[in-house]
Design a protein around this ligand. Structure first.
Ligand SMILES: [Zn+2]
Length: 262
């Protein structure tokens, strides 16, 4: 914790100052303009009583946001206004991170005045999702794999729960608008997808199959779908005579899970 005596300004913003700040943020025409509007209005207000303005600061005389502190509820209201406006440009996830470096500090003051209405939902009206036909086939194959695992191992099995849970969680992420309102989904393997977002983020939803191993104590053999076996190192211990006990049968659907990779 920084000692309070090192702050240049520690005070609550007035209702009028908060209104000016959130109005300017709400009028920003791009993610960059949001940060500019926040900086000009928040630090402009905090500097004014010192007889200073932001015009006195620049590359050679940088403003240190950590020297200013406002009440936590006001800090949250300003952050939420920035993130809500960023949603109009598909940048809310980035904005939340960028704000950390440029916002003033916050102090505990539950009684500080805050805007009477929370920031409105400013996301575009619809999310335009483009799914190539190959990706549509992958999505169907992923759902089928989950159903096959449920049929083979049972819907209470860890194999089914891990696959279905990870698939649903990652698939619902594709529909989220956190990274923009235009998204393109393409194939990235039999059970994997590549997702390109409006904000520039590209991520994979990748299926990681669980290798079929031998469960005999001490044996390090891996068993392929065709029944052939191998070990990572030539001298790794393995069952004598190749009498392995596979961790799941050869005719079973391969268990596994999907994970997010950016
Ligand atoms: Zn074995």
């Amino acid at each position: 914790m920084v000692n309070a005596t090192t702050y240049r300004v520690q005070r609550a913003l007035t209702g009028a100052e908060l209104t000016a700040i959130t109005t300017a943020i709400g009028a920003a025409g791009s993610a960059g303009e949001i940060l500019t509007a926040m900086l000009r209005n928040v630090f402009g207000a905090l500097l004014a009583p010192l007889g200073e303005s932001l015009d006195g600061y620049g590359p050679n005389h940088q403003l240190d946001p950590g020297k200013f502190v406002i009440p936590q509820p006001q800090w949250e209201a300003i952050s939420q206004a920035c993130i809500a406006r960023a949603a109009a440009f598909g940048r809310q996830a980035h904005m939340a991170i960028e704000l950390i470096n440029v916002m003033p500090c916050a102090y505990d003051d539950p009684d500080a005045v805050v805007p009477s209405t929370p920031a409105a939902d400013q996301r575009p009206y619809e999310h335009v999702l483009t799914v190539t036909r190959e990706a549509a086939d992958v999505i169907a194959a992923c759902a089928r794999r989950c159903a096959d695992l449920g049929g083979y191992f049972g819907e209470n099995s860890p194999q089914y729960r891990e696959a279905a849970g990870s698939w649903l969680g990652n698939l619902s992420q594709v529909f989220s608008m956190a990274f923009g309102a235009r998204t393109r989904v393409t194939r990235d393997g039999d059970l994997s997808l590549l997702v390109s977002c409006d904000s520039g983020l590209v991520y994979g939803i990748i299926f990681h199959p669980v290798r079929r191993r031998c469960t005999q104590p001490g044996c390090k053999a891996v068993i392929n779908d065709d029944g052939s076996t191998w070990t990572y190192m030539p001298d790794d211990p393995a069952c004598p005579g190749g009498q392995h006990v596979p961790s799941y049968p050869q005719d079973a659907p391969a268990p596994g899970s999907w994970s997010f990779h950016s």
